[in-house]
Design a protein around this ligand. Structure first.
Ligand code: FAD
Ligand code: UDP
Length: 385
């Protein structure tokens, strides 16, 4: 078989690139994925009870990029959805990110009022303050609050999720969920927040439905690369695996999902409830609350974090730490050395904790580079998330 491009991985990164190359450059693309479906980790499907579930954990689309929003809107209409999360702390539920409502839910009234005043005086209403930064505060009330939030919301959850304490990870990880000096209980504050109306997989199906695109599933690229003639390749899988772990394995964190169908129309108050301190799982997601599906039964997923073992479980999360980035840099130098038309992009190849919009932004940017290289002009201009 002869194609212009071989794209490894049918997740966001691979699908966006395939769609752009096929539709804008009119070149032939073969997309291979070793899984038996398209969509990468955003894949969703109907379970045996007829409930639409996210096989690899809850996926909520959110972005501040109008460009990325408009690009994806060519392939789906949306169900507006504002994610709300609660954490189970000392027998009570409180909003996460920790905010002024959480303070009221968990602290005695007079103390909550005093700490609230201090927070607003010190940071201003509407500020977002990472917990690790707040721990440095000298004011006794703020320090006490930071210690409380650290111990009850972050320490146990992060230790389960990553096998590391919050301070052992890049601060950007816990910084994703800063203390929010506000009464807004939304998990994200992005301009655009939604779920594809007919699901992620349907959106991917439309992206990849182009006469220039062929898809081979249940296919590792190594099994076909020799048999296919191609001019360029984009690899969106783990970069360490591509180079046969030449510089050692990059650590990833994996998850085990336990799906349960319950004979009740509603299982919990919010789509996601976090359990920082009890149990082996970190969170429970109720999918109907994301999708708006109506049913007398409901499906929920428990997430149990675990170490990643290549070939045994999936590499879901790159582990952001300086020494891992340095190891990844070594692989990037290998990539530059081979420089024979293989490009690396995506959460696993870039070894970056991308959200979906960032994966799309990265792919659109790479497409611009491909265009610049082939000196073709296209109508679509990409900006990153
Ligand atoms: P992937 O989706 O991982 O796709 C890579 C594909 O490459 C996979 O399908 C894999 O099978 C294939 N592949 C790898 N190696 C090979 C090979 N050798 N041969 C053939 N195929 C191969 N983002 C959000 O914005 N909002 C959320 O709510 C959100 N929730 C998440 C929850 C969880 C539990 C996880 C793990 C991630 C979540 N994300 C979320 C992040 C989101 O999943 C990623 O940003 C996005 O999927 C990245 O797309 P990608 O194409 O780079 O990688
Ligand atoms: N986190 C935490 N407690 C929470 C929520 C998040 O400790 O209740 C920390 C934890 O380290 C987690 C990180 O913040 O991995 C990022 O959270 P996010 O919800 O963004 O994780 P994701 O949805 O990507 O798994």
């Amino acid at each position: 078989m002869k194609v212009d491009w071989l794209i490894v991985g049918a997740g966001f990164t691979g699908a966006v690139l395939a769609e752009r190359i096929a539709s804008q450059l009119n070149q032939k693309v073969l997309v291979v994925d070793r899984r038996d479906h398209i969509g990468g980790n955003a894949y969703d499907h109907y379970d045996e009870h007829g409930i639409l579930v996210h096989k690899y954990g809850p996926h909520i689309f959110h972005t501040n990029s109008q460009n990325i929003w408009e690009y994806l809107s060519r392939f789906t209409s949306w169900r507006p959805y504002y994610h709300h999360v609660q954490a189970f702390v000392e027998g009570r539920l409180a909003p996460v990110p920790f905010n002024l409502n959480s303070l009221e839910a968990l602290f005695p009234k007079t103390l909550a009022e005093r700490v609230e005043r201090r927070l607003i005086e010190r940071f201003g209403f509407g500020a977002k303050v990472p917990v690790l930064k707040m721990l440095d505060e000298s004011d006794a009330d703020l320090k006490e609050l930071a210690t409380y939030v650290y111990r009850n919301i972050f320490e146990g959850y992060t230790t389960k999720q990553w096998g590391l304490k919050p301070e052992e990870l890049d601060p950007s990880v816990t910084g994703r969920v800063p203390v929010f000096i506000s009464r807004d209980d939304s998990y994200f504050q992005d301009c655009f927040q939604a779920i594809p109306r007919l699901g992620y997989t349907e959106m991917f199906r439309r992206m990849l439905s182009h006469p220039n695109i062929r898809i081979l599933l249940k296919t590792d690229y190594r099994g076909v690369a020799e048999e296919i003639a191609f001019s360029g390749m984009v690899f969106t899988g783990p970069i360490d695996e591509y180079f046969d772990y030449l510089h050692g394995a990059l650590p990833y964190r994996s998850l085990r999902f336990e799906f349960r169908n319950e004979p009740t129309s509603s299982f919990q108050q919010t789509a996601q409830v976090n359990y920082p301190n009890e149990h082996g799982f970190t969170r429970i997601t109720e999918f109907k609350q994301l999708t708006g599906q109506q049913s007398p039964r409901t499906t929920i997923a428990y997430e149990y974090p675990e170490a990643h073992e290549p070939g045994i479980n999936e590499p879901y999360y790159p582990v952001p730490k300086t020494e891992h980035r340095e190891r990844h840099d070594k692989y990037l130098r290998e990539a530059q050395r081979i420089n024979d038309g293989v490009m690396f992009a995506g959460r696993l190849a870039d070894y970056k904790y991308y959200n979906m919009d960032q994966a799309v932004g990265r792919a659109l940017k790479l497409f611009e580079e491909i265009c610049a290289r082939s000196q073709k002009s296209v109508g679509f201009t990409a900006v990153s998330a």
